[in-house]
Design a protein around this ligand. Sequence first.
Ligand SMILES: [Zn+2]
Length: 312
Amino acid sequence: MKVVGVDLGGTKILSRLVDPVTFRSVGREKMSTPTGGPKSVLDAIVGLVEQLDGAGEAEVVGVGVPGLVDTDGVVARCPNIAGWDSPVKVKTKLEAALGRPVVVSNDVNCGAVAEHRAGAGKGVDDLMALFVGTGVGGGLILGGRLVVGSRGMAGEIGHMTVIDDGRVCGCGERGHLEAYAGRAGMQRESRRLAAAGRSSKLTELTSGGPIKSRHIAQALAEGDEITHQLVDDSVKALAIGIGNVATVLDLRRVVLGGGMIDRLGQPYLDQIAGSLSFGGFGPTVCDLALAQRIDDAGVLGAALLAADRIEG
Ligand SMILES: [Zn+2]
């Protein structure tokens, strides 16, 4: 069996023809994400799939999207895609255009499935994959299967409260993990401190532009006090969030990836592990592992989830 996997991102759309048993893929089509709204994006996906598999070799198409997906394949909104601010029936529309079944999944969940089957989560059936970049996203695998929850929101650890009455999050609530561990949250805090007269190396390195993971790594290496404080706060928040989820769900492993983790690497993971506390039943059984940064993980995960649906 062959499956087409598509990964819709804020800047580009990737697709490949994947063998869901060997994980090998052939062909690779790529284009910039259109900015003319959801219809232009769906038309582009149809064009890519036809370019890749015009003969219809793939029985099913899997699509990963950067937004919340309900059980009918309706995508409520994609904040990173221009004009996508109301629900779109992605599954129904793509199936009509492509004439074959389409499985639509959240992109973070696709990444979690790729890590579980082909990456740092191989052989572990109870795990969470956590991706830390601008924000914090998570995907949950329990009993070997992806869990999406009643509204598709399972694993959304970024908006879990970790500090009572803490920093304001991008979503407007207070004390969420993402407000401490996501780059956008760290940027807001460093600007707030700068406005209060406590400038950091980050202010200098970014000269008013967005903070990238490499800026944080550089400011840390240069011993900048505020950056150390921001990173320590992120470690504490991640440790609280991970510890609670791992305790409630009795996880065996938490896989961490994303821009911040890739850049800060094992020392950052060790720092988080050192601050973790699990529900106290003897020795720690949940470990932390770096994601393996599989090539086109989103494409692979989308394809594997689509293949699962066909196999039932
Ligand atoms: Zn939030």
